[in-house]
Every structure is written in C-alpha cells, then in structure tokens.
Ligand binder design. Structure first.
Ligand SMILES: Cc1cc2nc3c(=O)[nH]c(=O)nc-3n(C[C@H](O)[C@H](O)[C@H](O)COP(=O)(O)O)c2cc1C
Length: 345
C-alpha cells in the first residue's frame, strides 16, 4: 500500500521535507484514532520475536529507528506501533535551533538515497523533556545528543553534558553524535584527544547519577562512515579506554562516488550527508572492522542502507548486535520493519 499508493503521491507532489512532515503528521493523528491503534499493533507485530540483551538493556527485538526521524520525541508512542524494538530521538541540543535554510533535504530516487543538511533542527532540550515525560509506550528510547551550532568545539563538552543530565531520567540509553557532517567542525570531535575527554566526562556523569541512586545508562558513540582505518583504530581504543557501551556505525557520508544521479544534479544539491543504498557497503565494512577490533568489549549498532531483511542480516553477520533504519523506511514504507523481523527471526 505504501509503495503503490502513498509513496508515488508523496514523491511526485511533495518536497522531501514536506513529505516528511505530512507522514509525521499522519502518525501524530493516530494519537486521536484510538480504534486504529490495536489494528496497527496487530498488523505490524510478529510472533516469536528475538528478545536480546545489549548493554544491559532488554530490547524486544533488534530493529530500531535511527536518529533524525523523530528529532523532537513527538511520536514515540505511534512509532512504537510500527514494530520497532527501539527508537532513537534527536539529535537534541541544549537550546532549540532552526537548522539550515530550506531546501535542505533531497531525494535521489535513482540511487535509493537521500542527501540532507538539516543541521540539527530541533525544539531544544526543555521541550523535548516535557514530551518524553508524557510518553506511554514502554519501547526502548535512545537519546541522541549533540551541541548547538554556535557552541565552539572547545565548549562542546558542556552542551553534551547538559543534554545527558537533562535527559537522564527519560531515556534508556544515550548516543553521542560527533559524526553529523552538517554542523561545522563537529566531526573534529571524533579525534582521539577531544573524544576521550568528552566520553570520560560523560561516563563520570553516569557514575555521579549512579551514586545518587539512579540506574546506570549505557552510552553509545555514533561515528561517520568516512573515517580512515587509523582513525577507526583510535576510536576503538578510546571506546575501550572510556568503557563505553558501544558504537553506532554509521552516520551519513560526505562521499558522492558511484552514484546513478547525474553529477550536475548532485552539484546542484550541494553539501550534506548522503544516506541510503550508497552507504550500505561502507557501513557494513566499518561494522566488520569494529567487530574484529572490539575484543567483544563493546556492542555495535549497525545502520546505513538497510532496505530489506537481507541487508539487516548482513549487518548482523558482520557483527552488529542491533540495527537501525531511516532511509529504507522512506523508500520501502513501514512494512520494512516487519519484513526485517521476519527474516532475522
Ligand atoms: C533526514 C535525515 C536526518 C538525520 N538526522 C540525524 C540526526 O539528527 N542525528 C543523527 O545521529 N543521525 C541523523 N541522521 C542519520 C541517520 O540516523 C543514519 O545514521 C543514516 O541516515 C544512515 O542510515 P540510513 O541509510 O538507513 O538512512 C539523519 C539522516 C537523515 C536521512
């Protein structure tokens, strides 16, 4: 139904960002259509799901929604009806920010891809906390945190710390996003020294929370697919040294190689992170590399170009404990979650 009816309409008549808002609006309306909820829940659920314990959390299944789709925690309960085992909100920044000017989201249908330069548009920590307080579903929720655009890198730790403290009670795990290409210089925080300082500070805060009788919450690091082997090795060292729960691999790429979309179209679109099919192989390679180097000391969440159960299985085979989807959902529709779950069951 999505691919034969909704997608052609959305792709033909609406810009990528408008289509996202429309799809999102439809989801939010579900809040008021009580009779539809059990039907959806029944339709999207599958039997014999594989529960899995990762980083001390019991996930009802291995398929999650990647960050960036529900940046503001507006539709967690409705998204949970689609069968996700976990939902990652954000990226959340301390202050609200508008992000980059539109247009900033582009479809590349020939490549089954998207380019985005949203730039961490979000409602800011306070509003997002208020929404999280109201959520009803028990689905596992991750809080993806970042820094405001106008915060210099030297002060970035403060922003991440503010978000971690603010969200602490309301999410099940954290993701430290230092890999978005759309916030100037953010990815420099993936370098060894600043990264170690950042992660140690956040881990210390988790210890403080535990000392104050709060539950320990695992922290994941989200990395770019564009890192060299040496950079990846350094990241593994930092993750092990700071005793992090795991790595999310990967964010979007700044590469534009081997695309079917013409070079002139790509140039007209301009800067941004590319997601979808073109990052599939690279993300899997990164997962494979991380798994080999991990000494089983941290978990891996695999994301990038998952469009089918087979794609998800490849990420799991490469060493991922869990997977997330985003662009695949735009092209395949919500049935994707069910299809993946059936395949990996
Ligand atoms: C429109 C859009 C917005 C995104 N926003 C975020 C974000 O705010 N934070 C983040 O960590 N990742 C963000 N991502 C990256 C995705 O979470 C994911 O890592 C990436 O798109 C690769 O997965 P995919 O090929 O399944 O889309 C965004 C991706 C897209 C397409």
């Amino acid at each position: 139904m999505y691919r034969s009816v909704f997608k052609p309409i959305l792709f033909r008549f609406f810009s990528a960002e408008k289509a996202h808002h429309l799809a999102f609006f439809s989801l939010k309306i579900l809040k008021y259509l009580f009779f539809l909820k059990p039907i959806l829940k029944y339709y999207f659920s599958i039997s014999n799901q594989k529960k899995i314990n990762v980083a001390g959390i019991s996930f009802p299944n291995q398929v999650g929604l990647a960050a960036g789709f529900d940046k503001n925690a507006e539709a967690i309960d409705e998204l949970a009806l689609l069968g996700f085992g976990f939902i990652e909100i954000g990226t959340v920044t301390p202050k609200p920010q508008a992000g980059n000017p539109s247009p900033r989201l582009f479809r590349l249908p020939k490549d089954l891809a998207i380019i985005n330069r949203m730039g961490f548009n979000n409602d800011g920590l306070e509003k997002i906390i208020q929404r999280l307080k109201k959520r009803k579903s028990k689905v596992v929720v991750g809080g993806n945190i970042g820094k405001n655009k106008d915060t210099p890198n030297e002060k970035a730790i403060d922003d991440y710390l503010i978000c971690l403290k603010g969200l602490y009670e309301y999410v099940d795990y954290f993701t430290v996003n230092v890999s978005s290409p759309n916030t100037p210089n953010l990815r420099q925080l993936q370098e060894k020294e600043p990264l170690l300082a950042l992660l140690k500070t956040l881990q210390n805060e988790v210890k403080n929370q535990v000392n104050n009788q709060k539950k320990s919450k695992p922290i994941f690091l989200k990395i770019a697919p564009d890192l060299t082997q040496t950079q990846l090795e350094e990241i593994v060292e930092v993750v092990i040294e700071s005793n992090l729960a795991g790595i999310i691999a990967t964010n979007t790429t700044i590469q534009r190689t081997d695309l079917l979309t013409s070079m002139s179209e790509i140039e007209a679109i301009g800067a941004g992170g590319l997601s979808g099919l073109p990052v599939r192989e690279r993300a899997t390679q990164v997962i494979d590399f991380l798994k080999q180097k991990s000494q089983n000391k941290f978990a891996i969440i695999g994301v990038g170009g998952i469009f089918s159960g087979e794609d998800a299985q490849q990420k799991l085979n490469a060493g991922a404990d869990l997977v997330q989807v985003y662009t695949g959902l735009i092209y395949q529709g919500p049935n994707l979650v069910k299809n993946i779950l059936k395949k990996i069951r």
